[in-house]
Design a protein around this ligand. Sequence first.
Ligand code: MG
Length: 370
Amino acid sequence: MAKIKKIELLIVDLKPKVKRTDAIQSFDSQQTPMVLITDADGFTGTGYSYTIGQGGEAIMSLLKETLVPRLIGADADSIEKIWRDLLFSTHATSVGAITSLALAAIDTALWDLKARRANLPLYKLAGGAKDSVPLYTTEGGWLHIPVEDLVADAVNAKAAGFSGSKIKIGKRHLAEDRERLKAVREAVGDDYDIMVDANQGFSLSESIRRAAMLEQFDIGWFEEPMPADDVAAHAHLAKHTSVPVAVGESLYSISQFKDYLHAGAASIVQVDVARIGGITPWLKVAHMAEAYNVSVCPHFLMELHVSLVCAVPNTPWLEYIPQLDDITEEQMTVEQGVAEPSSLPGIGIHWDKNEIDQRRMKPFDFVLTG
Ligand code: MG
């Protein structure tokens, strides 16, 4: 038994390396709450989550005032027990984004700690299904990018060994989206996957209309066509198009994924380890999707997801969007467009303490010992 003796909280404001724009937002900040948990034997695990844009302060408040005080003295190895206790302690604010993002930072720290104690990399501790995963890139497909640059990025990605590119859609006129996709498809040829993402921007009728256009270009998946809480609309769309429908980055509980899978409303699930509340529920969603013969292609957070997609079998892709370059000493290993998880004990992220210190939002620093 390894009792928790110390918890440290901090938050880092990370700026994206490139401008990121989609159908509903411009992505100008990644507030990154971090939790460091130390046990009585001196092992420390580090977890994190993130916001796109603002909201990090609310996560820090929930962590400091409600969740972290429940951790002192708990058995760090009893992760499921801790996760359940924390969820119940916040039942009036869950299911919800802030609660899930706070739970995830703690849960990820506990898995990092457990993997370090076990002297295993996370991808083996959590299942050990494979040693690498192909990448597709989103970083050159943002909605504001001119068509010639979209094409150049996809061609360069293919030459670098990537297996696919994701292009944001949601221009006012269907013809504009069509022109962009046509140009990319003609440039990369047939042996390269193109995914599209509408970031919940369409109505049901417009989703059906645009899906018919997408079928011309052999699109790998149509991501978040509509508001994510409308399962029935996605089920309706899935019955009216041959393009796989992808959802999950805006879902915050296991049951929400169950509803999508049960309704046949998702062909691909994109469960995000931070927004679902940590590694504990992420693995449950991945295994549940396997039972439905559905693939898991997680959203964002490639530095952590690389270990999770290699822990389970039904994960054909990892999304390439670098998030942590500014605050890590080493980047994720990529060889010819294929990512490899770290083989070192823990979640495999090499934090750079000096760079973190320079970016931390110091009024939110908090330490609890017991
Ligand atoms: Mg998306």
